[in-house]
Design a protein around this ligand. Structure first.
Ligand code: MOS
Length: 713
């Protein structure tokens, strides 16, 4: 393994996005844009009740509408082959079986798929499907159902040392927090085009974070050989976890395409996106923190209850951050689920930790206030030098550097220890911080690297790029290792026919696929050296070697994964977010005046895209802190703000110039580049930093997100 360890403290350069031009000129083709010959269009109709059964479903008017080819319901849809294996919806166990029976589990559950010769005709006809329901009682309110919370199957409470030790500490805080349902809402709507070739082979152009996982799940649903399912997804317009799994609408499109023997396109509406592709689950949390008078933690107790659907358990590590973040002898956590009449949640950026950091990092701020200790100082006094859960050494941890970099950049020295005490130009001024962490993972990836006679290098692997700039980072690694200009590298991705790569998720792609690209280039160089006795000379040198040996190309296929070091060290990425806010005392409006996010994510491979990723995470965390909340009217169990007019996300005017800083010290163990992940830590801790800054500005603790103006006046 070659080690790339030369790096600046703050990277200022880096490649432009290799696909940037394609994206801004509209030439990048997304899943909905593959307009194959004979394409027909599917539109879903959703349930208007929240629980119960379909009594009568009348599709005649829809079937007779212009251009309509078929209307599928639980009565008329061909059964999905995998559904025949087990009877009934798998209560608490599995994905919703679409068009399976008459039962309704949540508002918006698909009850019909209308397919027509144009999108508009399908859309119109979908409004003509008439359903008579028998309503049943339902529950959509987590807080009203907290007493029904139950531990998920196989889950055990975590105990280190003594349980509830915080209660006996000289100084303690105990508080409850609410994180509401947040919806990923990527810019690109979820879309699939399914096209069969005979009875046992198909191609799908699908919005997915993993072409291989989509291939596996479609093959399994339709009982096909995985190799017979070709999944193509070269561009993904954001996903944040919403495209980690195959959802019922994808299964429905494949089913309809098979039945009609025509390619079917199905694009979810923005409204559908709120009930079809998961969300960050509404979660209640309670944290107890106890410390000595000089701020040494004696006990942490962290409980959380998150919502899930009635047909499937979704679990996440909402309390895990409290087991891991600080050195503390006594820690216990409890995690429970509340089954409600909602669709199943799914991972959303920083899944688990982003929620848990609200309790832990706001709790630490409350404790700092109770102790009258600076919040950074409190964290330094409880810094974990080894992993408190496993006792293992860290592969790398430069969180202290991150605190320092961020404190300097935000101007932490200007923070008043007395909340609500600083007013400038009529606005209350406050500073806050919150830290984050997420596992730094490396799995297995295979790439093929092909050096052509003209000296260009083609690299292929199946991974998708949901937006962080994977192609740019991989091109950077290849060009660095080979010593050739980045323009000579063609990195191709997003196709299940390419060598296997993992799903893009869990902040692991650069560490995983980057290692395979690195190793393939190292092997390619070794081959060239063997041929020529030297591997010098970059582009023209390599081309010359091939020409001298009369070779049109040389190619290596390399599978790369971690070794024993993966088990010997605790591997995490770390972040710390700083916020300076202005709060208007009359209106309660919060303005982010300045935000600085610092990442300890090992070596920064691609400076520009890394900066964009951190900034994107800060913005997402700002939405979580100040604006985002999917609201259900619990009288009807129906969302009231499933659109961008009513579900607020930050826009340009909400966001000042943001600063992204990197410790940029290589991790010596995780992989040859020394790179850890950064996608999740970009968001984890941001909303807590905002809540803490707002407390510093106003003296008011708001413990239920989002912190909207009404909560501050
Ligand atoms: Mo991420 S929540 O693994 O897309």
């Amino acid at each position: 393994m070659e080690n790339r360890t030369k790096k600046k403290a703050v990277p200022t350069e880096g490649l432009d996005r290799v696909d940037g031009r394609l994206k801004v000129t509209g030439r990048a083709k997304y899943s909905a844009e593959y307009n194959t010959k004979g394409l027909v269009y599917g539109v879903l109709a959703g349930s208007t009740i929240t629980s119960g059964t379909i009594k009568v479903i009348d599709t005649k008017a829809a079937e007779n509408a212009p251009g309509v080819l078929a209307v599928y319901t639980y009565l008329s849809a061909p059964k999905i082959p995998a559904y025949l294996d087990a009877s009934g919806q798998p209560q608490g166990k599995g994905a919703l079986k679409i068009f399976y029976d008459e039962k309704i589990y949540f508002n918006g559950q698909p009850v019909a798929l209308v397919v027509a010769d144009s999108f508009e005709r399908a859309q119109f006809a979908s409004t003509l499907v008439k359903v008579t329901y028998e309503k049943a009682d339902f529950q959509t309110n987590l807080q009203a159902n907290l007493s029904n919370a139950a531990a998920p199957r196989n889950a055990k409470d975590y105990v280190r040392g003594q349980e509830d030790a915080y209660k006996n500490a000289p100084v303690k805080i105990e508080q409850e927090y609410i994180v509401p349902t947040d919806v990923h809402n990527p810019m690109e709507l979820h879309a699939i085009i399914a096209s069969w070739d005979g009875d046992d082979k198909l191609t799908v152009w699908d919005k997915t974070q993993g072409v291989m996982s989509t291939q596996r799940s479609i093959a399994q649903a339709f009982k096909l050989q995985p190799a017979n399912v070709h999944v193509i997804s070269p561009f993904v317009g954001g996903a944040f976890g919403a495209a980690l799994r195959t959802w019922p609408h994808e299964i429905a499109a494949v089913m309809a395409a098979k039945a009609l023997k025509k390619p079917v396109k199905l694009v979810l509406s923005r409204q559908d996106m709120f009930t079809s592709v998961g969300y960050r689950p509404y979660t209640w949390q309670k944290i107890g923190l106890g410390a000595t008078a000089d701020g040494k933690l004696l006990g942490i107790t962290h409980e959380a209850s998150g919502q899930t659907s009635v047909y499937e358990d979704f679990t996440e590590g909402a309390v895990n951050i409290s087991q891991l973040m600080y050195a503390c002898p006594n820690v216990n956590t409890r995690y429970k689920l509340v089954s409600l009449n909602v669709n199943t949640p799914t991972p959303m950026r920083g899944p688990g930790e982003a929620t848990g950091a609200i309790a832990l990092e706001c709790g630490m701020d409350e404790l700092a206030d109770a102790l009258n200790i600076d919040p950074i100082e409190l964290r330094l006094r409880n810094h974990a030098d080894t992993d408190p859960q496993s006792g293992k050494p860290y592969s790398s941890k430069f969180l202290k550097d991150a605190y320092q970099l961020g404190a300097d950049a935000i101007g932490w020295k200007n923070r008043s220890m007395k909340p609500g005490s600083v007013i400038e130009n009529g606005w209350l001024v406050g500073y806050g911080m919150g830290a984050g962490m997420f596992g730094a993972h490396r799995s297995s990836a295979t790439v093929v690297a092909r050096l052509l006679a003209d000296g260009t290098l083609d690299i292929e692997t199946a991974v998708t790029d949901i937006g962080p700039g994977t192609g740019t980072a991989m091109t950077t690694i290849a060009s660095d290792v080979m010593g050739i200009p980045s323009k000579q590298v063609n990195f191709k991705l997003g196709d299940s026919a390419m060598p296997p790569s993992p799903t893009q998720g869990g902040s692991s792609v650069t560490a995983t696929v980057g290692s395979a690209v690195n190793d393939a280039c190292v092997q390619l160089k070794a081959k060239l050296k063997e041929l020529a006795g030297t591997a010098e000379g970059g582009t023209s040198g390599y081309a010359q070697i091939l020409q001298q040996h009369n070779l049109p190309q040389i190619e290596v296929t390399v599978t790369s994964k971690g070794g024993p070091e993966q088990g010997q060290y605790a591997m995490y990425s770390w972040s710390v977010h700083f916020m300076k806010v202005l709060v208007n005392p009359a209106t309660g409006v919060t303005r982010v005046d300045k935000a600085v996010s610092v990442a300890d994510c090992g070596t920064v491979i691609s400076a520009k895209t890394a900066r964009s990723q951190i900034i994107g995470g800060t913005i997402m965390g700002t939405g979580m802190g100040l604006m985002e909340e999917a609201v259900i009217d619990h009288r009807y169990g129906r969302l009231v703000n499933n659109n961008f007019a009513d579900y607020h996300v930050p826009i340009q005017a909400d966001i000042p110039q943001l600063e992204a800083l990197f410790v940029n010290k290589p991790d010596p163990y995780i992989n040859p580049m020394g790179a850890k992940g950064m996608g999740e830590i970009a968001t984890i801790g941001v909303a807590a930093a905002l809540a803490n800054a707002i407390f510093n500005a106003t003296g008011k603790r708001v413990r239920d997100l989002p912190i909207t103006p009404d909560k501050l006046i």
